[in-house]
Design a protein around this ligand. Structure first.
Ligand code: TYD
Ligand code: MG
Length: 490
């Protein structure tokens, strides 16, 4: 029988305390400690060795003497998922799939489960789907919508609405699936442990037990974790260093595009992204996402500029939109969606001081089409051009793409992978590119595209928006008039 002890775990930072206290000594949070049962080292060790660590010896061996572990991978059959995983799921590994509620995690996993059962030539491709979020009936409803009720998948995916971890483990050992999906880790609990489902203690302990089982029995587990509004996996955050891979499903619930990104992957690269579209019958892969994030309309208004970003190794063309409107009383607004608000404020200040685009008294809105969220500095230039275009009320040519980081002096800085971005833009029909000039004077040449290398923001605006006079009625303060940083204050 396992000896068990109590610890008091901070729900904010995960620090363990021996006694209950009102305030966490580590992070200073009040009333954040929750009693949690901890198994002692003995039990852990036993569980560890029961976990069939065959071939693992505890005496040190020279690097050359180590045998390379043979990595078996089980493909999910969904190319975009396999790409992010690095080829497929590895037996005995644990994957955490994070994302906002309603973004499509359950949908993606049910589709992946179907793919896992369907791949040919493997014995016993069963998947167990344990859900604490929905009833089995609801899962069936979704499966119907996804068209999974016919064929092999329907027989080989078992669903159980269970939220007690011990029971889930028992069921898994009976059913012997190749993959166990737990949806979500915040809804499962351990009986002998105090604290509500979703608390740090519960989440950690549940995950640890599931992972022990996974290692021992050679089953891959996928844990679903909901992210909170501020973008962190509150409870699941503490699991990130335990699991083998952390995947995040991103996007805006109101938009249809979804990105699957690996922020950690012990069995593959974290460079790759998968791109999906939420359609009527589940998530559809977008295998050629180059154009996906460009606005689909024919509308060509001032304030829209195409940029080219790199997601891992894949170039993506995105439409950067800006709207500049005369501000009312009080501090002008700076509203950003998809780009960093601080970055927007900084660029507004640089535009005012270094490029004669004074926005100090204007409200400024910036947006990336398609609900994408990016922090690529290469989008600085298209954003600045979009702002200038909106202020001057002049559209930027549709076949122009802008790439470059903007420095505080208004200078343009090179970005990685410029040539790859340009080639993708040329492939998609862009004919002109405004890029940072390199000090050595080498500008990549791309077939079918005029690449204009410029040194600073002012020159870039001259090429893309035109340096001409502003429309009537617009007040354009000279650089000297624009207050330093005044336009960056929110
Ligand atoms: P879901 O997978 O339940 O999200 P999560 O598990 O991350 O909370 O996805 C929910 C949304 O996806 C829901 O609002 C409806 C939408 N959806 C579709 O648009 N098409 C579909 O085929 C399915 C199954 C869901
Ligand atoms: Mg769900």
């Amino acid at each position: 029988m396992a000896r068990q002890q109590s610890r008091y775990i901070c729900q904010t930072c995960g620090a363990a305390h021996l006694r209950w206290e009102g305030q966490c000594r580590t992070c200073g949070g009040w009333n954040t400690l929750v009693e949690t049962v901890v198994r002692d080292a003995d039990t852990r060790r036993r569980a560890g060795s029961a976990a069939g660590s065959a071939g693992r010896s505890n005496s040190p061996q020279s690097l050359s003497g180590l045998r390379e572990a043979e990595l078996v991978r089980i493909p999910t059959g969904i190319g975009e998922v396999d790409r992010v995983l690095g080829g497929g799921l590895v037996p005995g590994s644990a994957v955490l799939l994070g994302g906002e509620p309603g973004i499509g995690k359950s949908t993606l996993l049910l589709q992946a489960a179907a793919g896992l059962t369907a791949s040919e030539g493997r014995p016993g491709g069963e998947v167990l789907y344990a859900t604490g979020e929905e009833s089995a009936g609801q899962v069936r409803l979704r499966a119907g919508r996804l068209g999974l009720l016919e064929g092999a998948a329907a027989d080989r995916i078992s669903v159980v609405a269970e939220s007690e971890v011990g029971r889930i483990i028992e069921l898994t050992r009976e059913a012997r699936p190749i993959v166990l999906i737990v949806d979500s880790i915040q809804t499962v609990t351990i009986d002998e442990l105090d604290g509500p489902a979703g608390s740090v203690g519960q989440v950690r302990e549940c995950a640890l037990r599931l992972m022990e089982m996974a290692k021992g029995d050679g089953i891959a587990v996928i844990l679903v974790g909901h992210v909170t509004k501020d973008g962190t996996l509150a409870g699941p955050k503490t699991l990130e260093h335990l699991v083998d891979a952390v995947l995040n499903l991103e996007g805006e619930r109101t938009a249809t595009l979804r990105l699957l990104r690996a922020t950690k992957n012990r069995f593959g690269s974290t460079e790759e992204v998968g791109v999906f579209e939420m359609a009527e019958h589940g998530l559809a892969e977008i295998t050629d996402p180059g154009r996906a994030f460009l606005a689909a309309t024919d509308e060509h208004a001032p304030g829209s500029v195409a940029g080219a970003t790199l997601e891992g190794t894949r170039p993506l063309l995105v439409e950067v939109q800006a709207l500049v409107a005369p501000g009312g009383y009080g501090s002008p607004r700076r509203t950003a969606s998809g780009v960093d608000a601080n970055r927007l404020a900084l660029l507004v200040a640089v535009l005012g001081r270094r490029a004669g685009i004074g926005l100090g008294s204007h409200d400024v809105y910036a947006n990336l089409a398609g609900g994408l969220e990016l922090d690529d500095p290469g989008l600085d230039l298209p954003l600045c051009l979009a702002l200038a275009s909106s202020l001057r009320d002049r559209p930027v040519p549709r076949d122009l793409v802008a790439i470059g980081e903007v420095g505080l002096l208004g200078e343009l800085r090179p970005v990685p992978g410029l040539e790859r971005r340009l080639r993708e833009a040329a492939r998609l029909g862009f004919r002109t590119a405004v890029v940072p000039g390199s000090r050595r004077g080498e500008t990549p040449s791309v077939a079918g595209m005029e690449v204009i290398a410029v040194a600073n923001l002012r020159a870039a605006i001259g090429h893309a928006v035109g340096g001409g006079s502003a429309p009537a009625g617009e007040h354009r303060p000279s650089e000297a008039e624009e207050p330093v940083g005044g336009s960056s204050r929110p």
